[in-house]
Design a protein around this ligand. Structure first.
Ligand code: PNS
Length: 171
């Protein structure tokens, strides 16, 4: 069986903070959706890195708007260990995007730990080169300091960010 055929019947999970979703995330989601039978985009409830700027509900809503055209993609959330959620959701494969070599260094140990805990492997997709510099934190910084991020986030995300900026400026 070819790798493509083997991948076709499988349920994949693409976990992340998505604070906010970027065009880089959407590119990985679309490419994963073409490889796997089903893709669950899973928003972590409390990212370890920092307090999210966008509430869980906002991040889920933004993602749902962005993936509305992809029939085999659904958006969920999870709290706690990804390995536990993977087991309860009946997931076959974890998908992650890799932008640069430094991503690989942390993702490799994470993938090994997740496989050790859950038995589920991580498939890596190389980010499109045009998104290799893109991160949610950079998009937030540029946007909230007045920069133009229209080329870096999908339209539904830009709308929510604009509302957030207006409400923050009104304080
Ligand atoms: O978009 P991010 O912030 O890079 O995503 C990181 C995420 C959510 C995939 C990672 O922090 C995660 O899986 N968190 C869940 C908690 C967990 O399982 N930690 C152990 C990983 S070995």
């Amino acid at each position: 069986m070819s790798a493509e055929a083997a991948a076709r019947g499988r349920r994949a999970i693409y976990p992340g903070s998505f604070d906010p979703p970027t065009n880089g995330h959407l590119d990985v989601i679309a490419r994963a959706a073409s490889c796997f039978a089903e893709v669950i985009v899973a928003v972590v409830v409390n990212p370890q890195k920092r307090d999210p700027m966008f509430a869980l509900e906002e991040r889920e809503a933004m993602l749902r708007n962005c993936v509305a055209g992809l029939s085999n993609v659904r958006v969920e959330h999870f709290r706690g260990l990804l390995a536990d959620y993977v087991r309860t959701a009946g997931v076959d494969v974890i998908v992650k995007g890799l932008r640069v070599v430094s991503d690989f260094e942390s993702e490799m140990s994470t993938a090994l730990m997740n496989r050790s805990l859950s038995g589920v492997d991580t498939f890596f997709l190389m980010s499109d080169a045009k998104y290799s510099f893109l991160s949610s934190s950079m998009v937030k910084e540029v946007f909230f300091l007045g920069g133009d991020v229209a080329g870096y986030v999908p339209e539904p995300v830009l709308r929510v960010m604009s509302v957030k900026r207006t409400s923050l400026n009104a304080r």
